[in-house]
Write a protein that binds this ligand. Structure first.
Ligand code: ADP
Ligand code: ZN
Length: 438
């Protein structure tokens, strides 16, 4: 690539309108040139009459390119859609495999440098500086949440504690001893963490925590609020996927008005997942991304399967890259319950608003005869369990009513003791679907 992405101060690198489109076109041409080196894209692109990067004359030409799907990547496991000489490849990452065989992404040194700079830009946007102490509580290894954030925070000059996930007691000790100011974790782990602090003999007050980047799985605005209030910190939403590097694709700034998607590194499109038609900025749709600065594994029109909306208006921070809203779910997350489409995130949104509800829940589906039966199991804060039985019944009904109002189905509601439902150190698996057992 001719020029490296650069930008300590994300404010400055936000190019606007015309300039951005010109830049994107240059990068797209180059990316198509790279992609044509893979047999996969050569075949796909030739079929639609694209034989060289010169066949891309405007950004409109992007629409001629067929979508790339997760299955396309899976079929090429483990060699991947490699567009460069293997000698130039310095690292390989895979996805978590939440929904099947993991996908493989190769990186050259330049790819890693660009990714790192995108992470620097992201964390600068939420006010992190070289004075911060950053504890990365994400799993290290193939999962991109570990090394991705690690290199970015290091390059910014923060003190990095590569604690990895799990071992809550040790995390707390490190946090206290090194005066950690920023953490990176999944929202489910952060919840788990909050429930263990007292039990392990620590208090929030003796920590020096100021911010958390939470991501890797969907969570609601109410979950953010609960975590912010418990720890007295600011929580910033962080979005990424291994196919697009990992974290650092879209990140909230200090204003928390949606996640700025770095449009000089990715082309953002929004499609209707059914008809695959391009949608305007106003409708919720599936996010489709094209890499603009990747050599080893360029991806064209990659269907993320994540559902989101482009946020309207300008952000007070002045950054001009468009923002995407909190991810509503994955297209393949959607549950069909008695014929009604329900996303787990809708359920979370309702229950996390109820103050008596604790940190964990599970969505349990079974068959009762021919009918689908939905049970929502929720943990409560401990003090409630010593309360009046009638109060518990009332609470159950309240949860049931609020869920019915939102998802149109009347679920069974079970109340559970804190700590009794399964807990997760990385991505939570909250849906248990027993309906499909043969
Ligand atoms: P896998 O697809 O196997 O889970 P990844 O580890 O690459 O592999 O995870 C990327 C996915 O995680 C995204 O496509 C998205 O569904 C989810 N994700 C990442 N960040 C967020 C976030 N901030 N909010 C909601 N979902 C997220
Ligand atoms: Zn902003």
């Amino acid at each position: 690539m001719k020029e490296k992405i650069a930008f300590r101060d994300a404010q400055k690198e936000c190019i606007d309108g015309q300039a951005l489109r010109k830049y994107q076109l240059e990068r797209l041409k180059e990316t198509v040139g790279h992609a044509l080196r893979t047999p996969f894209y050569q075949h796909r692109l030739n079929k639609v009459g694209i034989r060289s990067s010169d066949d891309i004359r405007s950004l409109k030409d992007l629409e001629r390119i067929p979508f790339t799907t997760k299955d396309d990547l899976r079929e090429s496991y483990p060699r991947g859609l490699l567009a460069t000489d293997m000698k130039k490849v310095v690292r390989v990452h895979t996805s978590s495999g939440t929904t099947g065989i993991p996908t493989v992404i190769y990186h050259t040194q330049e790819d890693l440098d660009n990714w790192t700079e995108l992470v620097v830009r992201s964390i600068v946007a939420c006010g992190v500086t070289s004075d911060d102490v950053f504890q990365n509580m994400m799993t290290y290894g193939m999962f991109t949440g570990g090394l991705g954030l690690h290199y970015g925070a290091e390059r910014l000059g923060a003190l990095v504690i590569p604690s990895g996930s799990g071992n809550t007691k040790r995390q707390l000790q490190l946090m206290k001893d090194f005066r950690t100011t920023v953490v990176h974790a999944t929202p489910s782990y952060m919840f788990h963490f909050s429930s263990k602090i007292g039990e392990l003999g620590f208090t929030v007050e003796e920590l020096n925590l100021k911010k958390a980047f939470l991501g890797a799985e969907p969570y609601s605005e109410n979950t953010r609020k609960k975590i912010e209030e418990f720890f007295k910190i600011d929580v910033y939403n962080s979005y990424g996927l291994s196919e697009m590097n990992g974290p650092g694709v879209a990140f909230e700034c200090i204003y928390k008005t949606g996640m700025h998607l770095w449009e000089d590194a990715y082309i953002l499109e929004m499609i209707d997942p059914e008809t695959k038609k391009n949608l305007g900025d106003d409708t919720q749709g599936e996010l489709v991304l094209t890499t603009l600065c990747r050599q080893a594994t360029p991806l064209l029109r990659y269907r993320t399967r994540d559902l989101t909306t482009v946020v309207k208006g300008n952000c007070p921070c002045g950054r001009t890259h468009r923002r995407i809203s909190r991810i509503a779910g994955r297209t393949d997350d959607m549950l069909i319950i008695s014929g009604v489409n329900v996303f787990p995130s809708q359920i979370e949104q309702v229950i996390m608003k109820i103050p008596e509800v604790g940190n964990n829940y599970q969505i349990y589906l079974a068959k009762e005869g021919a009918l689908d039966k939905l049970t929502v199991k929720v943990e409560l804060y401990s003090k409630l369990f010593s309360g009046d039985l009638q109060d518990l019944e009332r609470l159950k009904r309240k949860i049931q009513d609020e869920l019915r109002a939102s998802i149109v189905i009347t679920p069974m509601v079970e109340l559970h003791e804190p700590g009794s439902l399964p807990e997760f150190e990385l991505k939570a698996k909250r849906v248990v679907d027993e309906r499909i057992k043969i």
